[in-house]
Ligand binder design. Structure first.
Ligand code: FAD
Length: 464
């Protein structure tokens, strides 16, 4: 058995782990990072990146289909054809290029990447099984970043026609009929993409509205667009299992009883949970809380010298939260005074239209005891949105009534995900409504809707 020793061992090379390893290496710490798969984790290999590639391809194909017979821009095409194998190859090429990029960044920072399955034996020792041998790694500090996994439904275990998001991103053909169980962001992003690629999509959602993590005002334009795309949505409905030899999905709707739909594939996206097995968690006396590894604001677990980051440590399970924690953990180990204490973790839903939310919604702000003012600027009144053929959606500002401190910024609309940068900056810098209202934004851009929303909250909108 080969023996390695290091200052920092990072277990899991997802966005949390690889960022931690890069930063630890930059800070002069002798660092080893272990992953059983290609570096980049769920996000790069089977999550954020391939799903956004698929969404872009689906948007491009749908735009071409809408131009059949001519569109308002004067563009006319006759018969757009999708070569799915080329689409998949293009998506895989992007992922592979970024895998190499992460490898290069780790190497540049002086962090050693070991490919194999790691199992903690105690808080300082990890045994890694590689394709060739076993390696014992002894580390002064450990950063656990094993990520998360898709939740299975008891009546619909993964396998055969029942797939997780990972299976959906690896489909060799586009299913004729796709049932999506779970109307959260992953289900709707993928469901929308497959509908644009030609699948007949049905969404089964257990709660009373889609995207339950967003308020109804934000999710309504998404629900409208799903209808336009011909996607059937069944709310208050619970999938029960496959019947008729797996060809039909049975679900029960509150007050309506049991129904069946034909489905070639059933995509189950009912949430993700922390990965707490397969890496030796049971060998470590670390505290868990609510199904996650418990960490303090420095990303320390209850065990000295053992840190944890990313999806394994709690909600929101998002790549940028994992990355930010990775940086904090590495810097704390290097002796720097750092804490993970963001004002807000921004969230984007890459549906059509996109939804972005930073900080508190009006209802959440009220529930937190604030008296609030809000400004809601429609993108129909924004000239750039019109030149992009986007007339629906809005930007919303939420602020305290007493001192105009911004508590939240949200938007729904075509490509509004990019506005999240300004939203996050405003919240982290403690901006007030006047700060946004007086900042000159480029004309014509969608971002002009930000000062407009702030001005509306101040009672003096200009362009509505
Ligand atoms: P992960 O990325 O899950 O990485 C954990 C790593 O640990 C994996 O590489 C795994 O192989 C490795 N590992 C686990 N156990 C072992 C072991 N015993 N030995 C060796 N290696 C091990 N987030 C966003 O912010 N934006 C998005 O647009 C977005 N889209 C998504 C779309 C989909 C379809 C999915 C599924 C997720 C999406 N996410 C998105 C969520 C995002 O992927 C996760 O929040 C992020 O990957 C978490 O990073 P992490 O480092 O904590 O864990």
């Amino acid at each position: 058995m080969e023996n390695l020793s290091c200052d920092v061992l990072v277990l899991g090379a997802g966005p949390g782990g690889y960022v931690a390893a890069i930063r630890a290496g930059q800070l002069g710490l002798d660092t080893v990072i272990v992953d059983k798969d290609r570096p980049g984790g769920t996000c790069l290999n089977v999550g954020c990146v391939p799903s956004k590639a698929l969404i872009h391809a689906a948007d491009a194909f749908e735009a071409a289909k809408r131009a059949v017979g001519g569109n308002a821009l004067g563009i006319s095409v006759s018969d757009p054809v999708l070569d799915w194998s080329k689409t998949v190859a293009w998506k895989n090429h992007i992922v592979a290029g970024l895998n190499h990029g992460v490898e290069g960044l780790l190497k540049k920072a002086g962090a050693k990447l070991v490919t194999g399955t790691g199992r903690m034996k105690d808080g300082k020792t990890c045994i890694v099984e590689t394709a060739e041998e076993e390696i014992r790694i002894t580390a002064k500090n450990v950063i656990l970043s094993p990520g998360s996994e898709a939740i299975e439904l008891p009546g619909l275990p993964f396998g055969g026609h029942v797939i997780s998001s990972t299976g959906a991103l690896a489909l060799e053909t586009i299913p004729e009929r796709l049932a999506v169980v779970g109307g959260g962001y992953i289900g709707l992003e993928l469901g929308t993409a497959f509908a644009k690629l030609g699948s007949k999509v049905t969404v089964i959602e257990a709660t009373a509205h889609l995207l339950p993590q967003y308020d109804a005002e934000l999710s309504a334009p998404v629900a409208r667009r799903l209808r336009e795309l011909g996607i059937d949505v069944h709310l208050n409905s619970k999938a029960r299992g496959l019947v008729e030899g797996g060809k039909r999905l049975e679900f029960e709707t509150e007050g309506e009883g049991i129904s069946h739909i034909a489905a070639d594939r059933v995509l189950v996206t009912v949430g993700r949970r922390a990965k707490l097995d397969g890496w030796g968690q049971e060998e470590l006396p670390i505290d868990l809380a609510g199904g996650f590894v418990h960490v303090d604001e420095t990303c320390r677990t209850s065990m000295t010298g053992v840190y944890a980051i990313g999806d394994a440590t709690g909600e929101p399970m998002l790549a940028h939260r994992a990355m930010a924690q990775g940086e904090v953990a590495a810097e704390v180990i290097a002796g720097r005074k750092r804490i993970f204490d963001p004002v807000s973790v921004p969230a984007v839903c890459f549906t059509d239209p996109e939804v972005v939310s930073v900080g508190l919604s009006p209802d959440a702000a009220k529930a937190a005891g604030h008296e609030v003012v809000t400004g809601n600027f429609p993108l129909a009144a924004n000239s750039r949105s019109q030149t992009l053929e986007n007339r629906s959606g809005f930007v919303r500002a939420v602020a305290r009534k007493d001192n105009e401190l911004i508590l939240g910024l949200q938007a729904v609309g075509h490509q509004v995900s990019e506005l999240s940068a300004s939203f996050s900056l405003a919240l982290e810098m403690g901006a007030r409504l006047e700060d946004l209202a007086r900042t000159i934004h480029v004309h014509p851009t969608v971002s002009e809707a930000i000062p407009e929303a702030a001005m509306l909250a101040l009672g003096r909108g200009l362009h509505v």
